[in-house]
Design a binder for this molecule. Structure first.
Ligand SMILES: Nc1ncnc2c1ncn2[C@@H]1O[C@H](COP(=O)(O)OP(=O)(O)O)[C@@H](O)[C@H]1O
Ligand SMILES: CC(=O)OP(=O)(O)O
Ligand SMILES: [Mg+2]
Length: 408
């Protein structure tokens, strides 16, 4: 029987799961739960042995979603007790300063991951719940946490440090941790290959734009900048998050709207971004509104593109050039309109899109720029699941770097 890892990737609005064959890297079974917490019906898709099973119903939260996924495994297979699973890998967004590397799921690491939820309010809670549900279901299988923040642990101090009072920053562990690191690292390794460039010295920007969205700048595969900060709230405009905003807005709302900390947290993380400006966090719905002539949606899309272009300009200046620009994640992989709008604005710098390649509805990694473009522009599907599966298998076998070994 093939050796496999079951990977659970809880996003802010989705759960992706994949039973990864360790030898081939293929997904033997996979699925997607999307539009969790949206005002429209949620969507389940479960695939096994070439059969696709779909279901539409409102999905209030991640736990409801994951329990329904386990029903789908029971109903349509494979039987998780017979699937050769050597580890279950759980994506966790925030590892803070506690987890520079992956960790085995133990009572202690579970509690630590929950404590770190203050630094990733949309993610760490559901991710810890997911690990708990799976641990009860498969008690004899090692469970592993793989952290989004690990890749950015080595960010240069000038990009990871806020210009905040030094004592307060140290006392409260305030720094830029970044997120989506598994994806940025995976894409950063693949992109020079796809673009036909030498990875050594390659200056690249990765745009991971899904429901959560972030940019990274990398030189020779090492991170030099990223747009998410202490939490995944900073940076680009997202499905339901503001991204960058003057922190004085917080003082203003406390003083004048008498909002509580929790109300502000919900406002900035869940009721802002595309959702807050248009009523929908999903870019497909935003495009539908734009096509109907909705002015709010048009402005929201303008702001979304404007912010991405600003980051590309900033990172290019910081690196002193740009060789490869890659789009990935839900919007980056599927949204030719957003890609075209971003690149159009960069035309004065010699970036040129091949329109036919940009419009292709393909799941393949590809170049979408013309041969004479100043920067090679790529679309590369991210595969956080494959990366998490490989890392989880090693930890299950060898134990983690914090001294935990499964069964010991
Ligand atoms: N065909 C599409 N066109 C435009 N946007 C899309 C399309 N498919 C998905 N998306 C966008 O991708 C988002 C989901 O991205 P994903 O990376 O899966 O999110 P997350 O991991 O943050 O939950 C959706 O909210 C939607 O905005
Ligand atoms: C960190 C983050 O925003 O993750 P996701 O895009 O999966 O919601
Ligand atoms: Mg994601």
């Amino acid at each position: 029987m093939a050796k496999t890892v079951l990977v659970i990737n809880s996003g802010s609005s989705s759960i992706k799961y994949q039973l990864v064959d360790l030898e081939t890297g293929e997904g033997l079974a996979s699925g997607l739960v999307e539009k969790i917490g949206e005002p429209v019906d949620g969507h389940y898709k479960h695939e096994y042995q070439g059969q696709k099973h779909e279901l539409e119903e409102p999905i209030h939260d991640h736990e409801t979603g994951l329990k329904r996924v386990l029903d789908l495994f029971k109903q349509y297979g494979p039987d998780l007790n017979e699937a050769g699973i050597v580890a279950v890998g759980h994506r966790v967004v925030q590892g803070g300063s506690v987890f520079p590397k992956p960790a085995l799921v133990t009572d202690k690491t579970l509690a630590q991951v929950k404590n770190l939820a203050v630094l990733a309010p949309l993610h760490n809670g559901p991710e810890a719940e997911g690990a708990q549900v799976m641990r009860e279901l498969l008690p004899d299988t090692p469970q592993v946490f793989v952290f989004d923040s690990s890749f950015f642990f080595e960010l240069p101090a000038k990009s990871s440090t806020y210009a905040l009072n030094k004592e307060i920053a140290e006392q409260y562990h305030i720094r830029r941790y970044g997120a989506h690191g598994t994806s940025h690292q995976y894409i950063g390794q693949l992109a020079p290959q796809v673009a036909g460039k030498d990875p050594e010295g390659c200056k690249q920007i990765v745009l991971h734009i899904g429901n959560g969205a972030s940019a990274s700048a990398q030189i020779s595969g090492k991170p030099v900048e990223t747009s998410m900060g202490l939490t995944p709230l900073e940076g680009l405009v997202m499905g339901s998050r503001t991204g960058d905003i003057d922190p004085a807005v917080v003082f203003h709302l406390i003083r004048n709207a008498h909002m509580s900390v929790d109300e502000l947290d919900t406002l900035f993380n869940k009721k802002s971004g595309m959702m807050g400006m248009t009523g929908f966090g999903d870019m497909r719905e935003v495009h539908r509104l734009v096509a109907e002539g909705n002015e709010d949606a048009k402005l929201a899309l303008d702001i979304y593109v404007h912010r991405i272009v600003s980051y590309i300009g900033s990172y290019t200046a910081q690196m002193g050039g740009l060789d490869v620009l890659t789009f990935t994640a839900g919007v980056g992989e599927n949204d030719e309109i957003v890609r075209a709008r971003v690149i159009e604005q960069l035309a004065p710098f010699g970036l040129k899109l091949d329109k036919a390649k940009n419009d292709e509805r393909s799941k393949e990694a590809r170049i979408i720029s013309t041969p004479d473009s100043s920067v090679t522009i790529c679309v590369i599907p991210t595969n956080e699941e494959l990366s998490i599966a490989r890392q989880s298998e090693v930890i299950a076998r060898e134990g983690d770097s914090y001294g935990n070994k499964f069964g010991k």
